[in-house]
Design a protein around this ligand. Structure first.
Ligand SMILES: NC(=O)c1ccc[n+]([C@@H]2O[C@H](COP(=O)([O-])OP(=O)(O)OC[C@H]3O[C@@H](n4cnc5c(N)ncnc54)[C@H](OP(=O)(O)O)[C@@H]3O)[C@@H](O)[C@H]2O)c1
Length: 306
């Protein structure tokens, strides 16, 4: 038995690494797809997006970050990434980004922030435009980072039963529908609660589950790892997953399975300095909580805020 294990280990060490199909631009399907190269990353200047960009870059994968002209690039400092400038609320700039080169995959880790907060149907339109252009240019996989509770999923998650309905989650549900109908192999990764800044490192415990009733916390670095796990993996094509780290308890009310709300920090947390996520309103941009490792939020604007 031991010998067999040793043999398998040795064989494993001698074999070349398995390159995910989506990253392997030598696989001919059509002439356009055969020439694909790299990943187009939306939201790459953000917290989750930058973490994904770092992992992709360290894997040697060419990354092109779609950013706004106003996007701070400090999270990507020192990384070998290319940029295309555009706005997710502007279809033409999305189309132009896909024309920059034939990409193998596209990843959307964006979140409606800042000037986009007032844009109606932000997620639905952005997802539709991304997928239309991904299809047009032969992209092989689209990975969408979404939210637990999006669309009809709110009724599936017992923990969200008493949470207030949210336009943003309805919009995210429609975005998912646009992706599913879009004709590009997709993977939707939904998450529930992610930490405020400063971001804690990956725990390595998080996983994707097809059980769409689950709700939980997860770090952005773990989400980035899971993103690379599904990238180029046909077993993950055309699937929706919830990403959770069931042992992560950064919330003050950890221990209860029920989220207090899906609307942002509680009154007590706000008194302690917690704010809604960056850009949820302009005055919050510089005021991330000082001891924020105990606080988490969902991707919702705080209902108590203007
Ligand atoms: N935050 C949460 O609590 C939470 C919870 C559940 C799910 N999620 C999901 O997790 C993902 C990432 O969240 P995050 O908190 O890590 O994001 P984040 O740090 O707030 O970053 C958001 C990113 O989206 C970009 N973006 C926003 N509007 C844009 C526009 N109109 N055009 C182009 N780019 C635009 C931002 O660009 P700028 O740099 O220009 O601002 C930034 O790169 C999203 O899918 C989000 O919905 C988040």
């Amino acid at each position: 038995m031991k010998r067999r294990l040793l043999f398998l280990l040795l064989v494993g060490m001698l074999l070349p690494p398995i390159v995910p199909a989506v990253l392997d631009n030598t696989q001919p399907e059509s002439s356009q797809q055969a020439a694909c190269r790299g990943i187009l990353l939306f939201g790459g200047t953000g917290r989750l997006g930058a973490s994904i960009a770092r992992l992709l870059a360290s894997a040697g994968e060419p990354v092109t970050v779609f950013r706004r002209s106003s996007s701070p690039q400090d999270r990507l400092d020192g990384l070998n990434v290319r940029y295309v400038v555009g706005d997710l609320a502007d279809e033409r700039s999305i189309s132009a980004a896909f024309d920059a080169q034939p990409f193998c995959a596209a990843i959307d880790a964006s979140a409606q922030r800042g000037a986009s907060n007032s844009v109606q149907h932000f997620y639905e339109n952005a997802a539709r435009w991304i997928v239309q252009n991904a299809k047009r240019t032969g992209v092989r996989q689209f990975i969408l980072h979404g939210s637990i509770g999006a669309g009809d999923n709110r009724d599936e998650v017992p923990a969200l039963r008493d949470a207030p309905a949210s336009d943003r989650l309805i919009d995210k549900g429609r975005a998912e529908q646009a992706v599913i109908a879009g004709g590009v192999p997709y993977t939707i990764i939904r998450h529930g609660l992610v930490p405020y800044d400063p971001q804690p490192p990956a725990t390595g415990r998080a996983y994707l589950t097809p059980d769409l009733t689950t709700w939980g916390e997860i770090t952005r670095d773990d989400l980035a790892i899971l993103t690379l796990d599904v990238l180029g993996n046909p077993a993950r094509f055309n699937r929706i997953y919830h990403a959770i780290d069931p042992q992560l308890r950064l919330r003050r009310d950890a221990g209860t399975d029920l989220p207090r709300s899906i609307g942002g920090p509680s009154t007590d947390e706000r008194k302690a300095g917690a704010t809604a996520v960056r850009g949820a309103r302009d005055s919050d941009a510089k005021s991330e909580p000082a001891h924020s490792d105990t606080q988490t939020t969902t991707d919702q604007p705080d209902p108590g805020q203007p």
